[in-house]
Design a protein around this ligand. Structure first.
Ligand code: AHG
Ligand code: MN
Ligand code: MN
Length: 334
């Protein structure tokens, strides 16, 4: 089954559906295919690998592919007639629908290119997106408040991983589960390759940037020491860390495990954690929960219940197999 057929079947299950969401998704998928094509030939072209001389709102170096992906998604989505406003990691302010284009009823928050530090090394990168229904009245320009909604209200969330193949993993909302589609380069279609994805209940992989060990709280340090312990014949968990959230999350979704990005307690770099709530953490949390996993902050709050207050707000992020996250929580709630 192709992604287009899947979306139409989902639409037909809802008698009140207008087809707007299906159309929005088809525009997003078109942009993702263009980005995938560019990623595939990045090493062959001048002007696509490497960094620009810009830094983004987060103070991070903008790579040429970051800029390219941002341009493709922004151009496609803001002109498609189904969005009222967009938020992107690479743009400080909300992105309006350009004058002369139809204003729709959805919002998208997007990380156009996730894992940019891996681009030049030919390591997997991705795109993450989160869709909400606007909260303001229809027909008017969308506002920042339309984007600042809880993760639990997401109408859809997904990511594309540009890996050994290009895959799109999608949840069309609470109660709808998670489906994975692989891009067939011969026909240019995403094909349903992973129906009803479920994260294993427990797993033997932990993913964290362990170079930050000395910045962590005692709770996080104790947890990491525990899962590596060999006391009483215990088997230590395996460390796997790519440094692209999409790729680290995707591996753990398939194989089972836990991903952690806690806050720095001893430096001022990431006092609230590094990852961004609206376009990295909340969409991954919806997918995790819809696949049977869990997603919490370092204090044990459910990610999907967090009320965002800023477009580029950061949070701590602990996500993965249910039993592994529950085990982490025993260290926090002691
Ligand atoms: P982005 O490339 O969109 O800025 O995201 C990078 C993020 C995320 O993909 C990854 O999990 C994390 O940064 C890695 O951070 P460290 O290099 O600090 O481990
Ligand atoms: Mn990112
Ligand atoms: Mn990014």
């Amino acid at each position: 089954m192709s992604l287009s057929q899947y979306l139409i079947e989902e639409q037909l299950k809802l008698p009140q559906a207008t087809g707007d969401f299906t159309a929005l998704m088809s525009h997003l998928v078109y942009a993702a295919k263009i980005v995938s094509r560019e990623v595939r030939k990045a090493g062959l072209l001048d002007n696509i690998l490497g960094s620009t001389d810009q830094t983004n709102v987060q103070g991070e170096t903008v790579m040429k592919l970051d800029e390219y992906a941002d341009r493709i998604f922004t151009h496609t989505l803001t002109r498609c007639g189904h969005l009222c406003v967009m938020g992107s990691e690479e743009q400080e302010e909300i992105v309006p629908v350009p004058t002369g284009y139809k204003i729709g009823k959805y919002t998208i928050a997007i990380d156009p290119l996730d894992g940019s530090s891996n681009i030049d090394a030919n390591v997997s990168i991705g795109t993450i997106f989160s869709v909400h229904l606007r909260s303001s009245p229809q027909g008017t320009p969308g506002t920042k408040e339309d984007l600042l909604q809880k993760g639990a209200k997401q109408r859809a969330a997904g990511y594309i991983v540009y890996g050994s193949s290009t895959m799109l993993v999608l949840s069309v909302g609470v109660g709808k589960g998670v489906s994975g589609f692989t891009l067939d380069p011969s026909c240019g279609e995403f094909i349903l390759s992973h129906p009803e994805m479920k994260m294993p209940e427990s797993g033997g992989i932990y993913s964290i940037n362990e170079g930050n060990y000395n910045y962590w709280s005692d709770e996080v340090k104790n947890y990491i020491r525990d899962i590596k312990s060999i006391e009483g014949g215990r088997k230590p968990q395996s460390a796997r860390y790519i440094g692209s959230l999409v790729a680290d999350f995707h591996r753990n979704l398939l194989k089972g495990g836990i991903f952690l990005y806690p806050n720095d307690t001893k430096s001022s770099k990431y006092p609230k954690g590094k990852l961004r709530l609206l376009y990295e953490v909340a969409p991954m949390a919806l997918i995790a929960e819809q696949a049977g996993g869990m997603a919490v902050t370092v204090d044990g709050q459910r990610i999907l219940d967090l009320q965002p207050s800023e477009l580029h707000e950061r949070t701590t992020f602990i996500v993965g197999s249910k039993k592994e996250v529950e085990h982490f929580l025993t260290f926090v709630r002691k």
